[in-house]
Design a protein around this ligand. Sequence first.
Ligand code: UD1
Length: 366
Amino acid sequence: MKIVSVVGARPNFVKIAPLAQRFKEREFTHVLVHTGQHYDYEMSKVFFSDLNLPEPDQHLNIGSGTHAVQTGKIMAAMEKVLIDETPDLTVVVGDVNSTLGGALASVKLEVPVAHVEAGYRSFDMRMPEEVNRVLVDRISQLLCAPTENAVLNLMNEGEKRESIHFVGNIMIETLLLNLEKAHESAILTSLKVTEKEYCVATIHRPENVDNSQNLKTILEAFSEAPIPVIFPVHPRTKEAIVRFGLEKLSERNVMMIKPLGYLDFIHLLSMAACAVTDSGGIQEEALVLQVPCLTLRETTERVETLRAGANQLCSVDKKRIGACLVKALEKHPVFEVPLFWDDRVSGRIADVIERADFAIPGYSML
Ligand code: UD1
């Protein structure tokens, strides 16, 4: 069995780590392709070392660009890789432009695609990630779903039952496998903060950072939060803060730092009193770490986090963010972890791949 897997952006690295290990154990021939969507040390390289990921076999050096340029360049470069490598299967993870570019190039060459994290839906097609999720699922042959609700979403869209596999949440496997190591991090000491006496914030979604009013509101809310806010700043967000001249707003109560590596971030998150984010994965990691989360979005595809009482959706309104923060800091019951958010997800995915019979005529057809 020869597998090409495609990663490009920060959350992809976290999701591929346990799979790369499992593919090695099962003696699959694994070609790891890094598209180069994320390229800074803090956005890419540190994740490879923190997660013991092998060096990518191929690096496409795509870099930044508009969605069409970035996705188009990924497709063209991936086509070449797939023609050279002739894999039995392409594995794509998550919902970023590298996921879509890799999946599209693959199906057009009739190489079957496995999508890890299939079936998440925010039902908001204004989100680039939602467009990526819907399209990638539609063209994938193996749909590896993280939750029971994701399975239902896929069935409601008319996907064949035999294509859908409930395997669990791969991001949580990575979290559980690395938690002990993460707790060795000295990040709290170096930031001079105390356990449960700060909030950790990450913001990078276009609707929050490319809109000066929303970004201003968020930074004002952080500066008025009841506890200090540690804010690792995504490059896109940093650029927007400078462009809109909002640097001064975050001087009070907010510690702006560079994006953190995986282990430091997980330790910082696990020791926080609460998390404020617009990321997808952090909503899930916070639940498992029993850290209440505030998500600065109107919708979430991670509905289990809401059902567990671990997450609140919060629109960008200063009063509302303040009120949600107060609520998040109240004492809370233990959040129940959804089924299969455990440390055996990559094994289930490898089983699904081993059992799949790609020799069936038409298997790779849409
Ligand atoms: C991407 C994903 C998003 C994911 C996020 C995680 C898509 C559509 N979006 O968003 O789902 O949550 O990654 O971080 O794929 N930049 C750098 N250095 C880097 C990478 C990016 O400076 O290493 C800057 C560039 O100016 C770039 C901007 O960040 O224009 C945005 O990068 P891009 O990869 O297009 O999207 P993200 O916002 O990171």
